[in-house]
Design a protein around this ligand. Sequence first.
Ligand code: GLN
Length: 444
Amino acid sequence: MARFEENVMNEAENRQAAHPKGLYVLFATEMWERFSFYSMLSLFTLYMRNDTEGFGWAAADATSLYANYLMCVYFSPLIGGWLADRKLGYRRAVMAGGLFFMAGHLLLSFKSLPIVYLALACLVIGNGLFKPNVSTMVGNLYPEGSHLKDRAFNIFYMGINIGAFMAPIAMEAIKSKWGYHPAFAAAAFGMVISVGILWIWKGLVEDPDASSRPGKAKGAPLAASGIDSIPDWKRCMALVIIYSIVIVFWMVFHQNGSTLTYWADENTAWNVSGTISNAINPFWVVTLTFPLVWFWKWLDRRGLEPSTPTKMAFGMLLTGLSFLVLFWAAKTGEAMTSEGQPYAFKVSPVWLISSYGIVTLGELMLSPMGLSLVSKVAPVHMRGVMMGGWFAATAIGNKLTAIGVYWDQWLHSTFFLVLGGLALVMSVVLFLLVRPLKRWMPGV
Ligand code: GLN
């Protein structure tokens, strides 16, 4: 068949095609892995501080171990991705990571401090091998240049968040009935399901590595893949520039685990604890993903779907706006306080919930789009390590969440304004860079 006809056929097939079944296998694998991951996160600091079941640590010590863990756990994908590219292959790396994860969570169900450190080391190795490579596998299910990739990652991201949503709810129930150690064991069991699903249905994601090699793809590369003519170093550079901007997103977004939880606890007029506020974001992800995917499809049919980096710039804009909503809420609250008590106020939960809605819409244009971008732009033999680079940016952003130490030193309104302002500045930078960057990554 003439090459042109082949391309036209592929293009037509691609526009209509349903997602491959492998997407749903990886969706479920990652959903259960994230369930375990976020279960552990929701318990960990409380466990270390607990006097009877845990180790009676001071809050500051627990928080700092938590922050260091969060940094290591998102740096290790750089190594795990590299190992998969060079030696292991993606599926084997994910399987191995799953086993380390299982061991890590299971070890936490024993009470001993050295075992806690050993468990954390297992989780860091586990995430390093698992997280970047499962994401690379998603992209590799699709032919080069496929329009379906952005949507595939949006759907995959919904799986992540169903797991993240169930985690604190399940852990709260198990912990209050049986205590911390059985709760960690339950997190380990989630990992058994994750690995089991990948094992049983491995045929559907069979040799996904091969799909990225020219000529062996499930569908041959599409005409749109002009990226092949760009040298590898330029493609990697373009990605690294985007990573460095996105660091600010994670710094702002991951306030959810600290200052936004304090706001939920202390400055929000409702009857639930701050912990529960951590379910608001995954709730919005699950609610907003399908309308957004539908919207991209609607635009795509009209040839109007924005490029992946443009979506990311809009994501950053929304992130900034969401913090301006909180700025406004804090201003409203502060206007009600009496002299010398600037933090003693409570405002309606509507502020927090709507701000989360906006930041989540931003997240959906940034986080899964980052995965999609890596899958589209990274040179084929470096996809794992470049995916790892994306998570390393998260690691740096996570470390910078330490700006939260100003929570009690500045007015809350000032704190929100600074973070919102930073995100808005980065959004402008990204909008300005979209055009030049697209020269280094055509067809995204
Ligand atoms: N919440 C998402 C996940 O768990 C994003 C994590 C990240 O990249 N920081 O996958």
